[in-house]
Design a protein around this ligand. Structure first.
Ligand code: ATP
Ligand code: MG
Ligand code: MG
Ligand code: MG
Length: 475
């Protein structure tokens, strides 16, 4: 099934069951706690919080999402994109656990001839929040599966909340067993083997305090119980298309093919290269979708994220050996795959492409300037008989010239030099601590820009990504 067909079947299934179709909101909804929409429920928040009355009891949507905290996983796991589409069905005080379980199970297991996805039951494992006996009983009743096929997980995985005061509740997931090539039998922490593709949130509790994912106070029951589900379109696509991961699905792989053609390297031949190919496919798409929704590259917040995504895509192409302008070759390929769903990409192409290509040109200048400094530094090291570029030099290349550490590492190794990564990391940490102290001093003013900085810093492979508060929890 191609991605468009999976999407159609999802929407049709829930429309048949009385859900009102709701178009995807922009990635840039105005929410003080979120940089980007990161889940299907975000546009419905006012309904879940009881601030507004929904015009329907049941809704279905396919929502554009961006999750910057997942950036480090892109290309390394089989399942994380910075951009993805979340299919969701929602009940506002209407059906609850039983209805949600029935509707999901039906679509997942119904034969393809009948409009379903035709997953083999023997590969499916529902999970519940340990202790949610109601859900356990309903899963057994609806699916006929034995008790030991239903996995009990703790609140870290299977309790959802979004800040207090506010609603919370246990979740159930549906996992697909991809077989022993992806991890040991029965080891549900092997997440690329037991792949989570659907998360069902049963909003039932009123929370008075949330101290961590595992430590919260339930103060009562919601007067109206709600359902919020999230199903990863790309995940079902790769499971049904017989490919290895989400970057190889019909709407993403053509970018990898183009990158192969440009670089002359083959996808599937070398692990490091493969990760780069996948990063290219993902970042090209997420940048394009962000620009389409109105983001421009910049040094703060959303613009900073976009800048880093574009630069990472360009840099990955360079590391794959392609030094010409890459985005004019790659972006149109991604556009042609995504425009079937998002026609704005065609209508607004002039603006989108101009912004993206200009950023690549700016980055190329940065690289040129940085490369000159880099060459000087390596010549110096060699002339003095050394074999290592100092941490201070790597840091100044990063800090002053925006030179990412892994580019420095790669180029140094081409020159037969190592880099004092520890020294570099120490300087980065010191800088981050200074930024944090600054932010604390300025607390109450603007949101912590160092968090966005951290996103960028996280691009260097040895630098830890510290993330920022996401209000919608990622169960
Ligand atoms: P994972 O544990 O795999 O990181 P999650 O628990 O963070 O996923 P949820 O917050 O439950 O994900 O989101 C609902 C669904 O959205 C997931 O079951 C998955 O199918 C999809 N999804 C979540 N994050 C991503 C991502 N970065 N790329 C693609 N799909 C995603
Ligand atoms: Mg996650
Ligand atoms: Mg989840
Ligand atoms: Mg999860």
């Amino acid at each position: 099934m191609d991605t468009a067909e999976i999407r159609r079947r999802f929407t049709a299934h829930f429309e048949r069951a009385g859900h009102t179709p709701v178009a995807s909101a922009s990635l840039l909804l105005d929410d003080p706690n979120l940089l980007f929409v990161n889940a299907g429920m975000v546009p419905f928040k006012p309904y879940f919080l009881g601030q507004e009355t929904p015009p329907y009891d049941r809704a279905v949507s396919v929502q554009k999402c961006v999750r910057t905290p997942d950036i480090e996983d892109v290309g390394k796991t089989t399942r994380h994109g910075t951009f993805f589409e979340m299919c969701g069905n929602f009940s506002f005080g209407d059906y609850f656990k039983e209805g949600a379980i029935e509707l999901a199970w039906d679509l997942v297991t119904k034969s393809r001839d009948d409009g379903g996805w035709g997953f083999e039951e023997g590969r499916l494992y529902p999970s519940i929040l340990d202790g949610d006996d109601e859900a356990l009983g309903l899963w057994k009743k609806v699916t006929g599966l034995p008790d030991d096929r239903i996995i009990r997980l703790g609140p870290k995985e299977n309790y959802w909340s979004m800040g207090v005061p506010g609603p919370g509740g246990p979740c159930s997931e549906i996992l697909y067993d991809r077989g022993p090539a992806y991890g040991p039998d029965g080891d549900f922490s092997a997440e690329d083997r037991y792949l989570e593709f659907w998360n069902l949130v049963f909003m039932q509790d009123e929370l008075s305090a949330v101290r961590s994912k595992e430590d919260f106070d339930i103060s009562g029951s919601l007067p109206k119980k709600n359902i919020d589900t999230g199903m990863g379109l790309e995940r079902v696509a790769f499971l049904t298309q017989g490919v290895e991961n989400m970057y190889e699905i019909d709407v993403m792989f053509p970018v990898i093919e183009k990158a192969m053609e440009l670089t002359g390297r083959r996808y599937g031949a070398d692990h490091t290269d493969d990760v780069r190919f996948r990063v290219v496919a993902d970042h090209v798409r997420s940048s394009m979708m962000l620009i389409s929704d109105g983001v421009s590259p910049g040094n703060e917040a959303r613009g900073y994220v976009l800048r880093r995504l574009l630069r990472r895509a360009v840099r990955s192409m360079r590391l794959l050996g392609f030094e010409d302008r890459a985005l004019p070759e790659l972006l149109p390929i991604s556009r042609d795959r995504m425009a079937e769903t998002y026609a704005d990409l065609h209508r607004d192409w002039e603006r989108i492409s101009t912004i993206a290509y200009a950023e690549e040109d700016t980055f190329r200048q940065t690289l040129r300037a940085g490369t000159a400094i880099f060459d000087l530094a390596t010549t110096e090291v060699k002339q003095s008989g050394g074999a290592q570029l100092s941490g201070a030099k790597a840091f100044s290349l990063h800090d002053t010239y925006g030179f990412p550490i892994d580019l420095t590492l790669e180029m140094a190794s081409e020159q037969g030099l190592s880099v004092d990564e520890e020294g570099f990391r120490r300087l980065m940490t010191e800088q981050r601590d200074r930024a944090k102290a600054d932010a604390r001093a300025k607390k109450g003013q603007h949101r912590d820009a160092s968090a966005y900085r951290a996103i960028a810093d996280g691009m260097g492979r040895s630098v830890e990504f510290t993330g920022y508060a996401e209000v919608v929890s990622e169960g």
